[in-house]
Design a protein around this ligand. Sequence first.
Ligand SMILES: [Zn+2]
Length: 253
Amino acid sequence: MIKQLYKQFVSERTRNNVRIRLRKAVSPFYSGDKYFCNCCDRSFRKFLSKGNVKRSNAQCPNCGSLERTRILNFYLENETSLFKNDLKVLHVAPEDCLFKILKKLDIEYVDGDINEANATHLIDLTEIPYSDNYFDLIICSHVLGHIPDEARAIREMKRVLKEDGTALVMTLIDLNSEITFEDKSVNSDQQRLLKYGESDLCRLHGLDFDQRLKSEGFKVEKINYTEKLPKEYAERYQLGDGSRELIFRCTKI
Ligand SMILES: [Zn+2]
């Protein structure tokens, strides 16, 4: 009842801010040296649990980074020119900790979300309000699984990407399934949680995820970036089990 009233009378943006402040308030209780967050450069004795199905040691208490955010930040720093060149960047459904890092850069940075409480710009990924060949880099992490018309969203990303641009796409993947699972009869949060592992997903991607990107015209390189980093990083930075952290590097040529 109280939860419902809170949801009804407090805006989503305010609720997001409250959630961030509460997390930061408990952050000092997690201070320590065992784990390190490369998004806010702070160490902890452990990370917070996270997810509909709780993953222990997943979220940075200070900046909110998750396993996938930390691996993506490593990749952006080491493998892209994002921190060196003046790029045009579209960041879809921006993670707060990455938003803070990218916003400071000398780039044309567009953060957008279908929910205006979550980003600066209201952007529907199936109808991106930008001209063809506009962006050098698109960051789209854990978004496509939530979009009913996924194929259209992929085509739109390809349309607004420059000929020599790159889209970095991540998603939740069932590493034990060759194919993506989608059941049109699923219509409740509870069913979605049961079938897809998260209550707001439209499907659970399988190992064919790269094919789904390719079938809309992208060239795709599947990257397990944890393997490219020093071995001890997986534990030190808690970089996940690979089901959420694979990077699909998409290009047009
Ligand atoms: Zn952090």
